[in-house]
Design a protein around this ligand. Sequence first.
Ligand code: FE
Length: 334
Amino acid sequence: MFLRATTALTLAALAAPALAQEVNVYSYRQPELLAPLTDAFTEATGIKVNVAFLEKGMVERLQAEGRRSPADLMFTVDIARLASLVDAGVTQPVTSDVLSANVPAQYHDPDGNWWGLTTRARIVYASKDRVDPSEVTTYEDLADPKWKGRICTRSGTHDYTIGLVSAMIAHHGEEYTKTWIEGVKSNLARKPQGNDRAQVKAIWAGECDISLGNTYYMGQMLSDPEQVEWANSVNVLFPTFEGSGTHVNISGVAMAANAPNHDNALKMMEFLVSPEAQKVYASANYEYPIAPGAEADDLVKGWGTFTADETNLMEIAGHRSEALKLVEQVDFDG
Ligand code: FE
């Protein structure tokens, strides 16, 4: 109820003088996902949450507002976007025993500028009819000629792809990764296009046999009458890096550099990694809760277990610009 009213909040409203018990949020995450969490937080603490849902331009807005920004917390997905907030200087480090205890080391900035709240794996969707699950092994193997004309994927410059390419650089270095991107490109059934779900649709339509996508899209497709057939045409398979695990990315939170409601914001961050909030996250968007011991949704558990690559996301984020350069050099989307 409350959230519906705050959804339309304007900057002017957010910039009003801070009341005693509130916290201001800028979010790239959808209202449907955030509402149950902010409602639960307000119920538990009495702290009001004002949310500005943004489609783009969060960094620019925070920079333009500068020290007068009303923002306390920023919510977004993907290490690329979290790292770009840090790079832009619009975050502040946060240390907290509660956060440290609930967020594994590879899923937060060692300096505390961003903290993961949920994880998602970048997996292979594979045709049930045309791919034996044992065919899918490693990310490296996706460059093997056995996949010629069989792979669909979204743009090479999308943050999700850049995350995977950055992780490949972390494992094997730039030269290997360039050859790998070339190999994957030569295996594509069509030019990169569309979102993760569009690739599964293409598998369903017979255009390709496998695609790369994030895990939670399986849950989203299964709960959409138009997309359920696409979902039912594929298996969820967990490739790994050679000798390591599956590529995992996060959704996360960062505290604004000048957070006017610092203490309330910290309370909210700590609430979001609590068992109660982690459970809401797990059921709301088919992501994996980040806190050790918190259980995924039954549907998500049904996709099977996997070992996550343990490379720190900070290291992966550090290879973003090399990754983008390689994707462009190889003209992956061309
Ligand atoms: Fe997504």
